[in-house]
Design a protein around this ligand. Structure first.
Ligand SMILES: CC(C)(COP(=O)(O)OP(=O)(O)OC[C@H]1O[C@@H](n2cnc3c(N)ncnc32)[C@H](O)[C@@H]1OP(=O)(O)O)[C@@H](O)C(=O)NCCC(=O)NCCS
Length: 168
């Protein structure tokens, strides 16, 4: 694959990131909520920082750090660590289009977010659906540690198994 640039998200990236998200939803069913409004899902008011992976001018991947919004991973970590909510943020919205996978784009995006968390003194947590096995392997390879399990609720009373992790 041609060389991949990992860089902070810019506003002009939104259409490309939304197209990449629609592609990932069609191949992986991520996110389980669906992608009716991909741009709004990517750029909610909770986003603190985001990064993209770019190949030849096309967005192939994305990750964000988000303010806590009632996630089980946040409450689990608060209980286990005594950290306050304002010391915690959520790594989310990680995806890489199938055509660009297995070239460490996901790893480099995750590392960009982890570096930011360390620099800012913010503890990162996340939850991942157990069906997203490649993502679980990636987080564990980078030293994330399981802190509990809680079903992820979505749609009309549906739920799916998920695991909560904290960054090293
Ligand atoms: C999870 C996801 C982001 C990983 O993206 P990725 O860019 O393929 O990630 P990486 O390339 O860093 O790692 C993937 C695999 O490629 C391998 N790899 C990385 N560079 C490689 C290289 N140069 N040559 C061969 N293999 C390589 C990694 O070791 C890893 O192997 P594994 O699957 O056996 O663990 C991607 O699969 C995805 O978007 N999935 C759907 C959405 C999703 O689940 N998101 C997570 C939400 S919490």
């Amino acid at each position: 694959m041609k060389s991949v640039i990992i860089r902070p998200f810019e506003n002009d990236d939104l259409p490309g990131a939304a197209a990449a998200l629609i592609d990932v939803h069609s191949t992986d069913g991520y996110p389980v909520e669906g992608v009716d409004q991909p741009e709004a899902w990517l750029r909610s008011a909770d986003v603190i920082a985001a990064w993209v992976g770019e190949v030849d001018g096309s967005i192939v991947g994305h990750v964000a750090i988000m303010r806590p919004h009632g996630e089980d991973a946040v409450s689990l970590w608060m209980q286990q660590s005594g950290d306050q909510e304002d010391q915690i943020a959520v790594l989310a919205r990680l995806f890489v289009v199938k055509a660009a996978r297995k070239h460490a784009v996901g790893e480099r995006l995750t590392q960009a977010a982890m570096s930011y968390g360390s620099e800012q003194g913010i503890r990162l947590v996340l939850d991942v659906m157990t069906k997203d096995a490649a993502a679980m392997r990636l987080y564990e390879r980078l030293g994330w540690r399981e802190i509990g399990r809680a079903p992820h609720h979505y749609g009309n009373g549906q739920s799916i198994d998920a695991v909560c992790y904290v960054a090293p």
